[in-house]
Design a protein around this ligand. Structure first.
Ligand SMILES: [Mg+2]
Length: 348
């Protein structure tokens, strides 16, 4: 089988309900969609999401169309890692991070989807599954919500069968975090997991001060306490706190995880499919973390569920609330695995 064509489309529209974290307003629904065609008639697809900047899907589409796609025409789509190496060499001069990585992730995911469809199986079957369902929690505590809004979404998450929720922090003073976390805890009860996410908002001193408080509140983890690239401060912070530090969604490529993991600066790794480089890199980062007995919780859901099915160290898939017309229900706080061929998922 040979790759004959790569088709790319881009679109962006304003979000109906813009959401806010400690550092940004996410007000767009943008997508770049890649379809890889073959001489056998089998196709693979991927979709890369953008929450900000209306022009980003178009810029990524141009990188894929003009740079990456010509390099893979005529290749055997089963050589997913071989293609990855070629695309890394190709983008090395301009920088393999940033949108280059988003583009390589788009190709990687479309190739896995194609491989699953060619063989008629979901991708988790190709990776070798560890489990048949993935524990999940609901990321519902956005900062634009007032206390009543937070209580409403937390209650809805519990009604839908989630056994944990995540709340954004760091949008204001610590007293505000306390009020918000306290309100959510009252709704979800003592047994549900409650995570806090600062989206890189703090410096080391503030992260340590607030981390001690989140620890006392019994939070499950402290997510992105510090700017993602500041490995040294993560290592220092992890030495001082007992609460696990969760991070990784803003790290590019698997090499960026190595120092952090080796140094002990992360308690839970959270790669993002787009920034880590796709299914292949997330899977390999997960195995690297497993070698250090570090748990893995995905940033976002969607196609990530196939990686989470396979990794030995999976603890959670991230999710929003289920849509009102959701085709599935959670079972014992878990997403079941999809059974359609390729990279099909429940919560894209
Ligand atoms: Mg986060």
């Amino acid at each position: 089988m040979k790759i004959t064509k790569v088709e790319v489309t881009a679109a962006s529209e304003a979000k109906g309900h813009a959401v806010r974290d400690a550092i940004q307003l996410l007000d767009r629904n943008g997508h770049t969609t890649v379809t890889i065609e073959t001489d056998d008639g089998v196709t693979g697809r991927s979709r890369i999401y953008f929450g900000r900047e209306a022009s980003s899907p178009d810029v990524l589409a141009m990188i894929i169309e003009r740079q990456l796609a010509p390099e893979i025409i005529g290749e055997d789509p089963a050589f997913i890692r071989g293609i990855r190496s070629r695309l890394r060499s190709l983008t090395d001069y301009q920088g393999t991070q940033g949108l280059s990585t988003f583009g390589m992730a788009a190709i990687d995911q479309a190739l896995w989807d194609l491989q699953g469809k060619a063989l008629g199986v979901p991708v988790w079957r190709l990776l070798g599954a560890q489990r048949s369902a993935i524990p999940t929690y609901a990321m519902v505590g956005w900062l634009e919500l007032d206390i009543a809004g937070l209580e409403r979404v937390s209650a809805k998450a519990m009604e839908q069968g989630f056994r944990g929720v995540k709340v954004k922090v760091g949008g204001g003073p610590l007293s505000e975090d306390l009020e918000r976390v306290g309100a959510v805890r009252k709704i979800i009860g003592d047994d549900a997991a409650l995570m806090v996410d600062a989206n890189q908002a703090f410096d080391y001193t503030e992260a340590l001060r607030r981390g001690r408080v989140y620890e006392d509140l019994g939070c499950r983890w402290f997510e992105e306490p510090l700017p993602a690239a500041d490995t040294a401060s993560h290592i220092k912070l992890a030495e001082k706190l007992d609460i696990p530090i969760a991070t990784g969604e803003n790290r590019y490529g698997q090499a960026s995880f190595r120092e952090l993991i080796e140094g002990g600066g992360v308690g839970i790794v959270q790669p993002d499919l787009r920034r880590a480089g796709g299914i292949t890199d997330c899977y390999e980062i997960g195995l690297m973390a497993a070698g250090f007995n570090i748990p893995y919780a995905s940033h976002g859901g969607g196609a990530h569920i196939h990686v989470l099915a396979a990794l030995p160290n999976t603890i959670y898939v991230e999710s929003g609330l289920l849509p009102d017309n959701s085709p599935i229900s959670l079972i014992d706080g878990c997403y079941p695995l999809p059974d359609q061929p390729g990279l099909a998922s429940w919560n894209d």
